[in-house]
Design a protein around this ligand. Structure first.
Ligand code: IMP
Length: 181
């Protein structure tokens, strides 16, 4: 019974519009890796992946870096099984980034609320530098102003899943990005 309902869910999600294919993601992530490697030549980079959504992006991105780096994670939650933000951001980590060159790796820059909180929180640790890389930038009105140095793709205001992004913890495993609406 369980396997039947899970197959039905898969069939359903695979029939949705693919916004960004696996090939497009691969090629853009490779470009980003090259760009970041050039920008951080001669420095050790501390990558901070934002869980859960950025796990796949970070794993692919680091394979395209040609500089020494350290990898750690923090957890951020602002959505509770729904497609609109609650406005509340909860951050959890045990990081010590003082004096480090930090690059936060996030899945999507939507309203910007989460990234604003992350920036403020990590800045208190006085890193040597702090930049943000987001796979997606959603074009919506009234975004919170946050400096995001590296962006993979600009997308319109639609709810997307796959390649780490979820809806109610589902669909993170998809190798591409699909629209749920
Ligand atoms: P923000 O604080 O509004 O920028 O959104 C932060 C978080 O909301 C992201 O890290 C995602 O986890 C989630 N989110 C925003 N838009 C989407 C979407 O289209 N699909 C899945 N998750 C999303």
């Amino acid at each position: 019974m369980n396997s039947v309902s899970s197959n039905e869910e898969k069939t359903d999600i695979y029939s949705k519009e693919v916004l960004i294919s696996r090939e497009e993601i691969n090629s853009r992530v490779e470009q980003l890796g090259r760009e970041i490697s050039q920008d951080y030549q001669g420095r050790e980079l501390h990558l901070v992946g934002v869980l859960n959504g950025a796990f796949m992006f970070l794993a692919d991105l680091v394979r395209h870096l040609s500089i020494p780096c350290q990898i750690c994670f923090m957890q951020a939650s602002s959505y509770k099984d729904q497609q609109v933000s609650t406005g509340e951001v909860i951050l959890m980590h045990n990081l010590d980034l003082s004096g480090k060159n930090v690059l936060v790796v996030e899945d999507i820059f939507d309203t910007g609320l989460t990234l604003k909180h992350i920036r403020e929180d990590l800045n208190m640790q006085k890193p040597a530098s702090l930049e943000i890389c987001a796979l997606l930038n959603k074009r919506i009105p009234d975004k919170v102003a946050v400096d995001v140095k590296y962006i993979g793709f600009e997308i319109e205001d639609r709810f997307v899943v796959g390649y780490g992004l979820d809806y109610a913890e589902k669909y993170r495993e998809l190798p591409h990005i699909s629209c749920l609406d």
